[in-house]
Write a protein that binds this ligand. Structure first.
Ligand code: SF4
Length: 399
């Protein structure tokens, strides 16, 4: 029987870098580089041919960067290659990320034709002044137009990204954004707090950093977000993710539940055949390596050997996931979900009782009111989510 597999495809191009962004993306690459990169991506996908027959692709996520910056035909080309190499499920979830400043109605129609059935739109805030401060290329009105166009093009599953704890944002401004989004009724909403990352322009902007809400306000925003979204019928199913019933992100759920996925493109992470690894981040080297793959694929080269030799140069941080690591991940990724982790699933995967491995930690936090346990599942309480960083660190086995 074929095993379920998810695919992530990284498009590292943006029109303009947002000041807080530490994602692997460039705003200075030429059209030629973009074309070379897409060709490289398709070669990398074809590299997996020797293993593809064992899997069925359930979800595909095209993220970035800003995938919608590309000519839509390039997206079509990537998905054609995926379908040529892998068997894709009859009812897959196929998501593309979109920046409101780059959504064209005609592209949306093409995306639907390519089988893309979920759109993830990065709004971040309904306050256009805040958007400008962050260096976003769009304003709120453009988001509204993009959203309407997506509905008109037939997207019945839309996710909207919102950010909290932005410089100068207060509770009122955040609630205003959340309310406006809730009223539009997208199927899914993600709300993440701004993180100030070293190496970003924001990191050196003391004027803006001084305007970022403090920890208490950040917490208040988190609590308020849940409350407001609940009133619109959204359920928080993961720390930062909310959905209408049945519209939880299938792709992200694979990450949180330890499923297998392959990441294509620079910097993309994978969990495949018992190993975690990341692709190299240098775009020129990536293109060069993938051009070699393409040449080899036109010859009679042994495909398994090509896969092995190319993997060695394309991948970094390769880590074999032994049982301890897999148990740790099962717990600290699974506990991000409000449904928590299944005791039975733990036993099935690791042939051990969850309480034999983690009983002491779970009992400690249950006594303190941070976790709750029943005969089927173990989960964090709302109080536990507040201090989740500390609690989850306790699930590491070899401290
Ligand atoms: S659109 Fe996204 S990936 Fe691009 S610069 Fe802004 S935050 Fe980064």
């Amino acid at each position: 029987m074929r095993k379920p597999l998810s695919l992530y495809i990284h498009i590292p191009f943006c029109k303009h870098k947002c000041i807080y962004c530490d994602f692997l993306s460039f705003d200075n690459k030429t059209n030629t580089t973009q074309i070379q990169y897409i060709n490289a991506l398709t070669s990398e996908i074809r590299l997996y041919k020797p293993y593809a027959d064992r899997f069925i692709v359930k979800t595909i996520y095209i993220g970035g960067g800003t995938p919608t910056i590309l000519d839509e035909a390039m997206i079509g080309k990537i998905l054609d290659t995926v379908r040529h190499i892998f068997k894709v499920d009859r009812f897959p979830e196929i998501t593309i990320e979109a920046n409101p400043g780059t959504i064209k109605y005609t592209d949306l129609i093409s995306f639907r034709e390519y089988g893309i059935n979920r759109l993830s739109i990065g709004l971040q805030s309904a306050d256009s002044e805040l958007l400008r401060r962050l260096g976003r290329i769009h304003n709120y009105e453009e988001f509204l137009r993009g959203y309407e166009n997506a509905r008109r093009a037939g997207f019945e599953n839309i996710s909207v990204d919102v950010m909290s704890s932005l410089p100068g944002q207060d509770l009122h401004t955040l609630v205003d954004t959340i309310t406006k989004v809730g009223e539009m009724s997208p199927e899914h909403i993600s709300v993440y707090s701004l993180q100030v990352e070293e190496g970003t322009p924001l990191y050196d902007r003391d004027d803006l950093i001084n305007m970022i809400p403090d920890e208490n306000l950040d917490r208040e925003m988190y609590i308020m977000t849940k409350k407001v979204l609940k009133s619109f019928g959204y359920n928080r199913y993961e720390f930062s993710n909310y959905s209408k019933p049945g519209y939880e992100s299938r792709h992200n759920t694979v990450y949180w539940t330890g499923g297998q996925y392959i990441g294509f493109g620079i910097g993309a992470a994978s969990f495949f055949k018992g190993q975690r690894f990341k692709n190299i981040e240098n775009i020129e080297s990536y293109i060069e390596i993938c051009e070699d793959i393409r040449d080899e694929l036109t010859r009679d080269t042994d495909r398994n050997r090509l896969y092995d030799s190319t993997s060695a140069v394309l991948r970094t941080n390769v880590e074999t996931m032994f049982i301890d690591k897999r148990m740790e991940e099962f717990m600290f990724l699974g506990l991000r979900m409000t449904a928590g982790v299944s005791r039975e699933e733990f036993k099935l995967r690791f042939n051990r009782e969850m309480f034999d491995v983690y009983g002491e930690v779970i009992n400690k936090y249950t006594d303190q009111g941070f976790m709750s346990v029943d005969e089927k599942r173990v989960k964090l309480t709302d109080r536990g989510i507040d201090v989740s960083n500390y609690i989850l660190a306790d699930f590491i086995l070899d401290k």
